[in-house]
Design a protein. Structure first.
Length: 344
């Protein structure tokens, strides 16, 4: 006979046995992943720059990594008090708890100055030795004042901050003409067999080449040929200019500046991070299949996974990014709205 007490005990058992369902954080874009080589791995992508539309680029990359390759992906953003994406809010990073379980970080940041708790989470993830894939302005990702406990991360401190010390370069200069001279990626002869470049061809970006001098322990993968115009068929530029540091003039393409490189960095905790840095990577740069494949391949390389012979990097919806520029972010966009929609 089933008594009222029996029913109560039975219902309690179901309550305790039921799996907990955690609601998605409304301030992040969360893509669950699934079947594929990345199943069980969590990639955290952090968008936060005022100019190069990382808030559009990283959701697209997250879709590729999740839907084509099975990675769980969480995209973090800079947001305002109403939960709208606001790249100008340099003190904001949404959903930083995701960093606690990150297996790799993809970052596209510029001059961020997060709070202490958020930086502790980033610092802890980094010191676990997880790979870091750094795009465009991430060379100058952080900007703290001289009294901050995180001043060692600052782009222009004596060691060049996180950019120079870890990624291999900080901000130096626009080597090519900004918004007038695009970049053609030229694969370094010695790197043609590198896993990150597997299946990669026709690397192009409509952003300009940055001046960069990675350290001796870096492996240069791609150099940036400065073009005379903004289209892939533009001819190479042929003028001279003077690098930073009072060096003699050199041809702008002689030698060409590195735009993509790797290194293995032993951090203060004694763990080794695999680092991939590219000074390309605006949302518009990632319209190029070759540029996109290079970045997606770097995630596999960073995790010491086999890079596919020709990685599927097709965007999972309509991808028509906004041209880069300050104050160009779309207004009133929530993080959940950034998942790509099917083409009309």
């Amino acid at each position: 006979m089933i008594t009222r007490r029996s029913l109560l005990l039975l219902s309690s058992a179901f309550v305790f046995a039921a799996p907990a369902v955690q609601a998605a954080d409304p301030l992040t874009l969360e893509l669950p992943g699934g079947e594929g080589p990345g199943k069980g791995k969590h990639i955290v992508l952090i968008a936060g720059d005022e100019e190069y539309r990382s808030e559009e680029a990283l959701p697209m990359l997250a879709g590729v990594l999740s839907q084509h390759h099975g990675f769980k992906c969480t995209v973090l953003f800079s947001v305002d008090k109403d939960g709208n994406i606001d790249p100008n809010n340099g003190g904001s990073v949404s959903g930083p708890a995701a960093l606690d379980s990150a297996d790799a970080i993809v970052m596209s940041l510029r001059f961020r100055h997060w709070g202490d708790a958020d930086m502790k989470r980033f610092d802890a993830a980094f010191k676990r030795g997880i790979p870091v894939i750094a795009l465009r302005t991430s060379t100058h990702a952080f900007n703290f004042d001289g009294n901050s406990p995180w001043k060692s991360y600052t782009w222009n401190n004596a060691e060049g901050g996180f950019g120079k010390k870890v990624l291999g370069e900080t901000w130096v200069s626009h080597w090519g003409g900004h918004k007038s001279e695009a970049t053609r990626g030229i694969i370094e002869e010695s790197a043609k067999g590198h896993e990150i470049l597997r299946g990669v061809k026709d690397i192009f970006g409509d952003t300009d080449v940055y001046e960069a001098a990675p350290p001796a322990d870096a492996t240069i993968l791609v150099r940036g040929q400065v073009l005379k115009g903004m289209t892939p068929d533009s001819p190479p530029a042929d003028y001279k200019k003077k690098p930073a540091g009072g060096k003699p003039e050199q041809g702008v393409n002689d030698p060409m500046m590195p735009v993509s490189w790797t290194r293995e960095y032993k951090n203060e905790a004694g763990k080794v991070n695999r680092i991939f840095t590219t000074t390309m990577g605006s949302a518009t740069d990632l319209q190029s299949e070759g540029t996109r494949r290079m970045v997606v391949n770097s995630v596999f390389w960073g995790l010491k996974m086999e890079v596919p012979a020709e990685t599927n990097v097709t965007p999972t919806g309509e991808y028509k990014p906004t041209m880069y520029g300050f104050n160009g972010a779309k207004k009133g966009v929530k993080p959940a709205d950034t998942a790509l929609k099917p083409a009309k």
